[in-house]
Design a protein around this ligand. Sequence first.
Ligand SMILES: *[C@@H]1O[C@H](CO)[C@@H](O)[C@H](O)[C@H]1NC(C)=O
Ligand SMILES: *[C@@H]1O[C@H](CO)[C@@H](O)[C@H](O)[C@H]1NC(C)=O
Ligand SMILES: *[C@@H]1O[C@H](CO)[C@@H](O)[C@H](O)[C@H]1NC(C)=O
Ligand SMILES: *[C@@H]1O[C@H](CO)[C@@H](O)[C@H](O)[C@H]1NC(C)=O
Ligand SMILES: *[C@@H]1O[C@H](CO)[C@@H](O)[C@H](O)[C@H]1NC(C)=O
Length: 186
Amino acid sequence: IHNLTEAAGGNYRCEVSGEAPVFKTSSDSALLIVVDLPDEQPRIIEDGVGPYRLQQLITVNCTSHGARPAPNLTFYINDESVDPTWDSRELVFVNETSGLETAVKSLQFPLRLTMVQLDGLQVKCVASIPEMYWLSSETTLSVELPHNYSHLFGSQGSVSYSSSQKTATHTPLLSTLVFLASRLLW
Ligand SMILES: *[C@@H]1O[C@H](CO)[C@@H](O)[C@H](O)[C@H]1NC(C)=O
Ligand SMILES: *[C@@H]1O[C@H](CO)[C@@H](O)[C@H](O)[C@H]1NC(C)=O
Ligand SMILES: *[C@@H]1O[C@H](CO)[C@@H](O)[C@H](O)[C@H]1NC(C)=O
Ligand SMILES: *[C@@H]1O[C@H](CO)[C@@H](O)[C@H](O)[C@H]1NC(C)=O
Ligand SMILES: *[C@@H]1O[C@H](CO)[C@@H](O)[C@H](O)[C@H]1NC(C)=O
């Protein structure tokens, strides 16, 4: 199949037939799934401005653009899974022109002391399509603690950290379009 498009996806069947006089036939079929991977790494957007204070409600969004099907988005705080009640449902918007999907998910949580690390509070978002695609972004949120907490984090009276965004890639041998399981047997 050249110039693969979504339309090429579906069930493929191959039939083999013998000659006269028996005309014995045999066939098998397999499903071909066509996936269009996201255009870019997931993006994390803070819905607010740091530095954040203890107990403050923090909201961040994660967006993955231009894929079909839309990847699953998963949040991590300091590399740990988040409380399921902090996650919103994943929303998927379809671009009517391109047919591609954009996934958006929000994370909302109260800032707790146990989340604060020396290098700030790390939020990560992973966009994944099982067995095909895995890409993550992370951001470090700045935190400001009251003065009497300073002994927990060294000599400074308050802890302020700058924001930065990093990307990690882990996409084996994949370009924009990926085939799955085209298996034809006699
Ligand atoms: C695939 O598409 C490209 C650009 O649209 C075109 O130049 C090329 O000839 C096509 N190849 C085949 C095998 O159809
Ligand atoms: C975050 O996503 C929600 C939808 O889940 C949207 O209503 C809100 O405007 C978004 N905020 C930002 C800062 O993108
Ligand atoms: C939808 O896709 C088209 C074609 O790729 C693009 O030009 C347009 O900006 C997209 N619309 C939105 C709202 O992203
Ligand atoms: C997202 O995850 C659900 C279950 O966790 C799974 O059924 C679904 O196929 C996944 N979708 C994509 C696009 O990865
Ligand atoms: C800091 O002071 C506040 C009240 O002023 C108190 O509730 C809190 O427990 C103190 N924290 C530490 C680590 O001493």
